[in-house]
Design a protein around this ligand. Structure first.
Ligand code: GDP
Length: 445
């Protein structure tokens, strides 16, 4: 996962400090050296690494250190604060025009994930109560317009695309007409998708700059693929010079990037990261929070994001009903199935588990976790009769065999599921009664 290695190395560095009673200058130097190596190996730009480690060193040696904390805690605290700082400090929210429509222009290389992002952003804006319009100004890539129409449909957001005779081949004109259309039909946000090239080229920059001039966007979002490592920084510089932008969107943060782009781009350009894209699905998208990202890197967990996602996915009334069922011991396999389907809505379960504090230590389990498990569980439960779902005690050997056959699983799979269900019901009953469940290896959460 992104930051995996960096995270492991930083936490290891801190662990090495844990046994020390006092932080000597030699400890600080050793630690800073390790942090420096870890950052460089994670593809963080050299100048950012230098500034970062310089600050950490200075602070760790100064009198400011909190004597109430042990050496490892002191260093974690300083590193955390400095990470938040290079990630931009405060969360920067999308800015809207005082007088709609707000115009958001997307720029970046081909393949960075602009078109996908346009769909994600449109869907998110819609959820936030806006009425967005997508504008297809990428006329370079043969099927870019169609692709935008597809994501637009998925997001339930209309797409303005060039019609024959109406600006075909002229992306600037399409962008202008798109904004005019939004004014006419009172869409309050316009998202302009623009063309990218495989590499930086002068013509591309000029086109993007011309679109910018023509539609005077409130936000120009530079979309950059986190997997491109050091190159991301060079691309960012080129786009800043050629088009300039007001904010950054990091894409493919779900992939195996080493994270350097994320940690460099704001320091290098002075522009904040506003969103992060974490998968191919339209919901794999989140506003960027520097503090949460820093805690993820340092494995302090990202409880806030987790809670927000849970709140979005779970219907509160439904949740209360379920809690009541737990309390009264009437939670059934049908409810269990419903819960799983809710979980699926929460996006990648693996990503979610990765946000829990200490999750790095559970890496192996996470890597072995298979989301298809949910699908298999569904198959098994759906092969049961309503009565069996209500009462697992009915499940004798021959019924289990029938269910296994019906779902294409083995009897062992069925047995495991039933055992897991019974255990979960028991655990949740404790929670519903105000107890705290223990997750193995993590303590209470
Ligand atoms: P564009 O050329 O900039 O418009 O890029 P696209 O939107 O066509 O995206 C290029 C590829 O990257 C597509 O296959 C997308 O599905 C994929 N992609 C986009 N964003 C993400 C992301 O956050 N994570 C992953 N894993 N893939 C992504």
């Amino acid at each position: 996962a992104t930051f995996g290695t960096l995270s492991d190395r930083l936490t290891q560095t801190f662990k090495n400090l844990r046994t020390k009673g006092k932080l000597t200058p030699a400890d600080v130097d050793g630690t800073v050296r390790e942090i420096r190596r870890a950052l460089l190996d994670a593809d963080v730009a050299l100048e950012v690494v230098k500034e970062f480690t310089g600050k950490v060193r200075e602070r760790a040696l100064s009198d400011e250190v909190n004597k109430a904390l042990n050496p490892a805690q002191q260093v974690v605290q300083i590193v955390n604060e400095e990470l938040v700082a290079i990630l931009g400090g405060q969360q920067r929210k999308l800015e809207f025009a005082k007088k709609p429509p707000t115009v958001i222009m997307l720029a970046g290389l081909q393949g960075a994930g602009k078109t996908t992002l346009a769909g994600k952003l449109a869907k998110w804006l819609k959820k936030e109560g806006h009425t967005p319009l997508l504008v297809a100004s990428d006329l370079q890539r043969p099927n870019a317009v169609t692709q935008l129409q597809v994501v637009g449909e998925q997001a339930g957001v209309p797409v303005f695309a060039p019609e024959p005779g109406n600006g075909v081949g002229d992306p600037v004109k399409v962008a202008k007409n798109g904004v005019a259309e939004a004014e006419r039909k009172q869409y309050d946000v316009v998202i302009v998708d623009t063309a990218g090239r495989l590499g930086i080229d002068a013509e591309l920059m000029k086109q993007a700059a011309n679109i910018r001039k023509a539609v005077d966007p409130d936000e120009v979002l530079f979309v950059v693929d986190a997997l491109t490592g050091q190159d991301a920084v060079n691309t960012a510089r080129a786009f800043q010079e050629g088009v300039d932008f007001t904010g950054v969107v990091l894409t493919k943060l779900d992939g195996d990037s080493r994270g350097g782009a994320a940690l460099s781009v704001t320091s290098i350009t002075g522009r904040p990261i506003i969103f992060a894209s974490v998968g191919e699905g339209l919901d794999d998208f989140e506003p960027f929070h520097p503090d949460r990202m820093a805690s993820r890197i340092l494995d302090l967990g990202d409880i806030l994001t987790l809670i927000e996602q849970a709140q979005q996915a779970f219907d509160e009334e439904e949740a209360l009903k379920v809690a009541e069922k737990f309390r009264t011991d009437s939670f059934t396999l049908d409810d269990f199935l419903g819960q799983m389907q809710q979980l699926k809505k929460m996006g990648s379960l693996k990503g979610m588990l990765g946000m829990l504090p200490g999750a790095r230590g559970m890496r192996e389990q996470l890597d072995n976790f298979d989301e298809r498990e949910i699908t298999r569980t569904e198959a098994i439960i759906q092969s049961m009769t309503p009565a069996e779902r209500q009462n697992t005690k009915l499940l004798n050997g021959s019924r289990r065999l029938r269910i296994a056959k019906g779902s294409g699983m083995t009897v062992t799979d069925v047995n495991q599921l039933v055992a897991r269900f019974e255990q979960a019901a028991k655990m949740m009953k404790t929670v519903a009664k105000g107890g705290v469940p223990q997750v193995p290896g993590m303590g209470p959460i």
